[in-house]
Design a protein around this ligand. Structure first.
Ligand SMILES: NC(=O)CCC(=O)C(=O)O
Length: 263
């Protein structure tokens, strides 16, 4: 399999300003496409930021605007897009929703964040999802989660235990816990023997500062790319999946699991 180029779109999410954010997302997606990316990956809640008390006015109704925006850009540039997540309103409830599109603009997956982050009061406004997020990009079996979800290794294992090779994470992870971000992500890569591609935003909300520090980690836990702090940009890495088989053969954790003991 030829190397697969991932582009991390570490951009500034303007608080409660969807129009600004759609423009900025478009600019970064077009930049990634010009660099020859295979997949562009966006951060969490990139349309509104954590403007939770303004979601009635700002959330994307049924995700229609985001879906047509991402679908059009994936067709225009012929690239896959892991669309981070956006605040949506579906029926009468708000969600933190991720959409994934293939190169032809087909929606591959829609995922509502499963674990809601109380420290940012997400649980008071957003409804938790209960569905999985697995999809294939150019024949690569992948999964995606959102930010706080990475603190629940049993969830990533659930999504990764059927041979998935690539885990995407989109986040608004505050600077003050950035060491934990890195440790958690390296552990998710090692235990699942898979590549981890994690995009954090820059910017700030009313209470938090986001410094970026987006990461690409290989299946042994080595850091292939650490995006600079506080810097907007498109950061690229090429992934070589040929090493995964050997790593899983040498230490076969998926074969050695004792799932009958795990309750
Ligand atoms: N947006 C989030 O889910 C933040 C999660 C976080 O900061 C954490 O420490 O966990």
């Amino acid at each position: 399999m030829k190397p697969f180029t991932v582009s991390l779109l570490q951009f500034k999410v303007a608080f409660a300003a969807p129009e600004v954010n759609f423009q900025n997302a478009k600019k970064h997606i077009s930049e990634a496409a010009k660099m020859g990316t295979d997949v562009a990956v966006l951060p969490e809640m990139w349309n509104t930021g954590y403007a939770l008390d303004k979601l009635e006015q700002l959330a994307d109704n049924e995700g229609l605007k985001t879906k047509s925006f991402l679908s059009e850009l994936s067709i225009k540039y012929g690239i896959n897009i892991v669309g981070g997540s956006v605040a949506t309103k579906k029926k009468d409830k708000f969600y933190n929703t991720s959409y994934v599109f293939d190169r032809k603009g087909n929606l591959l997956s829609e995922y509502d964040k499963v674990h809601l982050f109380r420290l940012m009061k997400e649980d008071q406004v957003i409804t938790a999802g209960a569905g999985k997020n697995n999809f294939e990009l150019d024949g690569i079996s992948a999964a995606g989660v959102i930010c706080y979800d990475i603190r629940f290794p049993e969830w990533e294992r659930t999504l990764m235990k059927s041979g998935q090779q690539l885990l995407f994470i989109s986040a608004q992870w505050p600077k003050q816990r950035i060491e934990q971000w890195e440790v958690l992500l390296r552990a998710r890569a090692i235990e699942n023997q898979a590549f981890v591609v994690a995009v954090n935003c820059v910017g700030h909300s009313l209470t938090d500062v986001f410094s970026g520090h987006s990461l690409v980690i290989d299946p042994l836990g080595n850091i292939l790319l650490r995006a600079p702090e506080n810097k907007e940009g498109v950061f690229n890495t090429r992934l070589d999946f040929s090493q995964i088989e050997e790593i899983r053969g040498a230490i076969p954790v998926f074969k050695d699991r004792r799932s009958e003991l795990y309750h």
